[in-house]
Design a protein around this ligand. Structure first.
Ligand code: HEM
Length: 125
């Protein structure tokens, strides 16, 4: 398999896993099981997101796609930063439920936009 296909499979697989692990942690809190913070669920998402980003950088190296040249990719990176911040707030046990729900919705909308941009690669700007 080519480097491109390996990176692409890794990127897409870890992209799905990031959303699943985010949703699982939200749901655990929602059903009153915050103890996931003392399980491997505390670090597995970070390991997955590191792989996701490493594969993203690999794809930028082996494909003609370039951030700040192709608008959809630049927009993806900006949305990624928003997704990370909103995700951190959504999982902060010390915040009010209302603030956490708002942050969770914002995170999910942004990650949905990332998937949309990745799949359609629109010419922006
Ligand atoms: C949460 C973050 C991210 C998610 C969920 C995500 C998701 C995806 C998905 C699903 C695809 C495949 C689209 C297709 O089938 O054609 C893709 C492609 C791609 N992603 Fe990401 N991505 C993320 C972050 C990034 C970042 C930060 C970069 C760059 C620094 C990046 C670079 C790329 C590139 C270059 C491709 C195109 C590969 C190709 O089709 O040849 N991604 N992304």
């Amino acid at each position: 398999m080519s480097a491109y296909l390996i990176l692409k499979h890794l990127h897409v697989t870890t992209a799905f896993i990031t959303v699943i692990l985010f949703a699982v942690r939200l749901l655990m809190d929602l059903v009153g099981r915050p103890g996931w913070r003392e399980t491997p669920l505390r670090w597995i998402p970070h390991a997955n997101d590191t792989l996701l980003l490493a594969a993203a950088i690999g794809l930028v190296v082996v494909t003609p796609w370039m951030p700040f040249v192709h608008g959809w990719l630049t927009a993806k990176i900006i949305l990624l930063i928003g997704y990370i911040f909103a995700g951190v707030f959504a999982l902060k046990a010390t915040l009010s439920a209302r603030a956490r729900v708002a942050a969770a919705i914002l995170a999910l909308v942004q990650v949905a936009a990332i998937f949309h941009l990745a799949l359609t690669k629109p010419v922006l700007g």
